[in-house]
Design a binder for this molecule. Structure first.
Ligand SMILES: C[S@@+](CC[C@H](N)C(=O)[O-])C[C@H]1O[C@@H](n2cnc3c(N)ncnc32)[C@H](O)[C@@H]1O
Length: 357
């Protein structure tokens, strides 16, 4: 330890307590995902309070494992435990997080993302040494799915209900019949949600990751929106259509791009003169000290492990980072030729920016 710096016992005890909590959370990742994959949360949600024998029978798993898993979940505060009856309950609030995929706070994708980051750590560690990037297609496939699963509940609950209405005149255009490009669409969840709500409009999803485009097409077919959707592999600074689009959307991808200013310039060229560019980004303040929060902690982790390596693997390699903040983002957007940029609405995880020529 540096001379003169001594640990203060009360502060040390407080910090060790915090780390015990953090370690407990980290060690829960595997158990939460096992509970998801084996349908244990769903069984508890559907059938109500259960003993380990009852859960084992319903989920068709071994009772000894069920008992240990249930005990762990109760220690986490994810389940409640009633000693007289030996039954475990998934309370309604916990059910929204673990067992209801349509709920606005369903977070299973977050646990999947955490697992993927651990699995990808060796490759990212190598990139720390070289300074090179790690391409999106070099990320494990499960990382791509995890990120799509993580974002979907937010889009499902906010996109049509509050985000699009926060943009000036956009909903009226979508109802009448607009041409929309959803760039960096990934698995196309955002594209499909919009297409289902606005059948008069046409939605084209673009992404440079071919496997994601295959998934997006399958997703559109599964949700019956093939009539007004198309998907194609394309770069954000090169997708087709000069002066074609009424609306271009970027969901959680501008900061992942190697050349976000180049993408901005291209969006400007492909938009109609009265068109709108909607940019969804993680919520963040402009200064590091504004982002030292629980959400900032999650976003900086994802940014270090996924967003920065993805951008550095592309030409220019701007690496804006997942906590770029409105100031830096609006500067990039303005460099693309947009005269008006504003924050249209904000949630606890996202900020929705509106840019107009
Ligand atoms: C975090 S994911 C978000 C995906 C999707 N928009 C969503 O919200 O679920 C970032 C996406 O940006 C795409 N992407 C990154 N750089 C790109 C580029 N230069 N051109 C096109 N797509 C890009 C990736 O393939 C990936 O699908």
């Amino acid at each position: 330890m540096k001379e003169g710096a001594t640990a203060e016992p009360a502060r040390l005890a407080q910090f060790v307590d915090k780390i015990v909590g953090d370690l407990g959370a980290v060690l829960s990742i595997a158990l939460v995902r096992i509970g998801d994959r084996l349908g244990l949360y769903r069984a508890l949600h559907e059938y109500g309070p259960m003993t380990s024998e009852e859960l084992a029978a319903k989920a068709q798993i071994a009772e000894r494992y069920a008992r240990e898993w249930l005990s762990h979940q109760a220690a986490c505060g994810y389940l409640s435990y009633d000693p007289p009856s030996l039954r475990f309950t998934l309370p309604p609030e916990q059910a929204m997080v673990f067992a209801e995929p349509e709920s606005p706070v369903f977070m299973m994708g977050g646990f999947d993302s955490a697992a993927a980051m651990v699995e990808n750590a060796e490759a990212v560690e190598a990139a720390f040494r070289t300074g090179k990037g790690l391409g999106w297609s070099e990320q494990l496939q499960c990382a791509v799915c995890a990120s799509a699963r993580f974002f979907r509940p937010t889009y499902h609950n906010n996109l049509v209900a509050s985000w699009l209405p926060a943009l000036d005149g956009v909903v009226a255009k979508l109802e009448a019949g607009a041409m929309v490009a959803d760039v960096g669409c990934g698995h196309g969840f955002s594209t499909v949600i919009m297409a289902a709500s606005f059948p008069n409009s046409t939605f084209v999803g673009y992404d440079f990751h071919p496997e994601s485009i295959i998934q997006a097409k399958a997703h559109a077919a599964a949700h019956g929106v093939t009539a007004n959707t198309r998907f194609a592999v394309a770069l954000a600074d090169d997708f087709p259509g000069p002066e074609n689009y009424d609306l271009v959307t970027f969901f959680d991808c501008l900061h992942d791009m190697g050349d976000p200013a180049g993408a901005a310039r291209h969006v400007r060229e492909t938009l109609k003169p009265d068109g709108t560019w909607m940019i969804v980004e993680p919520v963040a303040g402009d200064r590091l000290e504004d982002n030292l929060t629980p959400v900032g902690r999650i976003c900086y982790a994802a940014s270090t492990m996924v967003c920065v390596p993805t951008s550095l693997a592309q030409p220019v390699g701007a690496a804006l980072g997942g906590q770029a903040g409105f100031g830096k983002l609006s500067e990039v957007i303005r460099r693309g030729g947009f005269g008006h940029v504003r924050k249209a609405i904000e949630t606890s995880f996202n900020m929705i920016l509106e840019a107009r020529p």
